[in-house]
Write a protein that binds this ligand. Structure first.
Ligand code: SAH
Ligand code: SF4
Length: 392
């Protein structure tokens, strides 16, 4: 079989980058946009209507300039252009894997870079977006955790990743409005890229509210999954203020092992995490919490681990997602064997849980889970530092 070549190119779609001088409308909530328009001189009584019109241009039609907003007067369009901009981050490179996965390297203000991955499947297309540059947490199996430099992304930079992907997929505006959401190329969002979304709560929330807004990108809250390493105090807020699906990076069945793999466990241990999940108001049989479990050879993959896992999560509407470890240069672990993963999955399945094994996608372009890290980032941790933090 001949394999399609990996392509890497610089995107040619014309785009406007944030200039810094003007207020970027991308990322503002509806209320925020209304307030900004009024502060710039719009009569208050027109606030709601104008916001609705501009919102639709930006998030339904995908336009980036005011001059095409034909339901606004020419004079008002010119005024808007003086104070505001409609700007999304810059795509530096796009790589397309032989399996169709696309990885974008995206540059945000300050020159930092984050990665965004689009994964096409038969009945859906999932965009994996980032919430931070790097991550302050240091999970020992995660490539992102080795990256030192961190800043939170703004709401505009988070929803901007979705807009960039739609630009590239050519999904403005007709397809986007298809009543059949399965027909969309971009039908699901997962917050599983770089960063811990619950350490950037407000921006993640505002961006996801924009993605869910029915007069725009219009994705159902059930098509958005937020993955957290276990920031316990923010879990209830996620249900209340975002209402999306929740995934948890569980990865171990004893505090000893979890302390090493997911160091936030030292702050909120397995018991505290499970208590918060039991109380997750949105969890039900139709909206299960996903337990992510990375399979690390000889570390967390024994039969005993599998039995302990199903015992621990008893009573929580859950599905278990087994992730074969994706290796990266210098990683202190190896992937469990296929036989081991199968044996583990069988125990979980026989206990009544669906236990899909996540098929790594885009491996040839290092786009798989936990491999994301901007290669251009200079500040890196050494192997020694990684090993020391993992307590190895
Ligand atoms: N910070 C969040 C979301 C980003 S990571 C979190 O930790 O949940 C998305 C998922 O990929 C998490 O479950 C994470 O534990 C997992 N992951 C990280 N590195 C990985 C690797 N090298 N191989 C497989 N999965 C990995
Ligand atoms: Fe951060 Fe998640 Fe990676 Fe842990 S697994 S270092 S929380 S991105």
């Amino acid at each position: 079989m001949t394999q399609a070549p990996i392509t890497q190119d610089v995107m040619t779609i014309p785009r406007k980058l944030p200039t810094g001088g003007k207020i970027n409308l991308v990322g503002l909530t509806r209320d925020g946009m209304r307030d900004a328009l009024i502060a710039a001189g719009l009569p208050e009584k027109q606030g709601k209507m104008r916001t609705g019109q501009i919102w639709a241009w930006i998030y339904e039609k995908g336009v980036r300039t005011f001059d095409v907003m034909t339901n606004l007067s020419k004079g008002y369009r010119a005024e808007l252009a003086e104070s505001f901009e409609i700007a999304v981050p810059e795509v530096v490179t796009r790589q397309i894997s032989e399996d169709g996965t696309r990885k974008y390297l995206v540059r945000i203000a300050g020159g930092h870079e984050v990665e965004v991955v689009y994964i096409p499947e038969k009945d859906r297309g999932t965009l994996c977006i980032s919430s931070q540059v790097g991550c302050t947490l240091t999970c020992s199996f995660c490539h992102t955790g080795t990256q030192k430099l961190v800043r939170n992304l703004t709401a505009g930079e988070i929803i901007g990743q979705v807009m960039i992907a739609r630009d590239d997929l050519g999904e403005w505006p007709e397809l986007a409005q298809s009543p059949n959401v399965e027909a969309r190329l971009l039908s699901n969002i997962v917050l599983m890229g770089m960063g811990e979304p619950l350490y950037n709560f407000e921006s993640v929330r505002d961006a996801m509210k924009i993605a869910m807004d029915p007069e725009g990108i219009s994705l159902s809250r059930r098509r958005i999954t937020l993955s957290t390493s276990g920031v316990v105090p923010e879990i209830a807020r996620t249900a209340d203020e975002i209402g999306c699906m929740l995934a948890v990076s569980f990865h171990a069945t004893t505090d000893d092992v979890r302390d090493k793999l997911v160091p936030i466990n030292k702050k909120w241990n397995i018991e505290a995490l499970l208590d918060a999940l039991r109380a997750y108001p949105k969890a039900s049989n139709s909206e299960r919490i996903t337990f992510e479990y990375v399979m690390l050879n000889g570390v967390n993959d024994s039969d005993e681990d599998a039995h302990r896992l199903v015992e621990l999560i008893k009573g929580i509407p859950a599905k278990i997602n087994l992730i074969p470890f994706n290796e990266w240069p210098g990683a202190p672990y190896q992937r469990s064997s296929n036989n081991r993963i199968r044996a583990f999955a069988d125990i979980v399945f026989n206990a009544g849980y669906s236990s899909p094994v996540r098929r790594p996608r885009g491996e040839d372009i290092m786009a798989a889970c936990g491999q994301l890290k901007s290669e251009t980032e200079r500040a890196r941790k050494s192997r020694k530092e990684i090993a020391a933090e993992a307590g190895l």
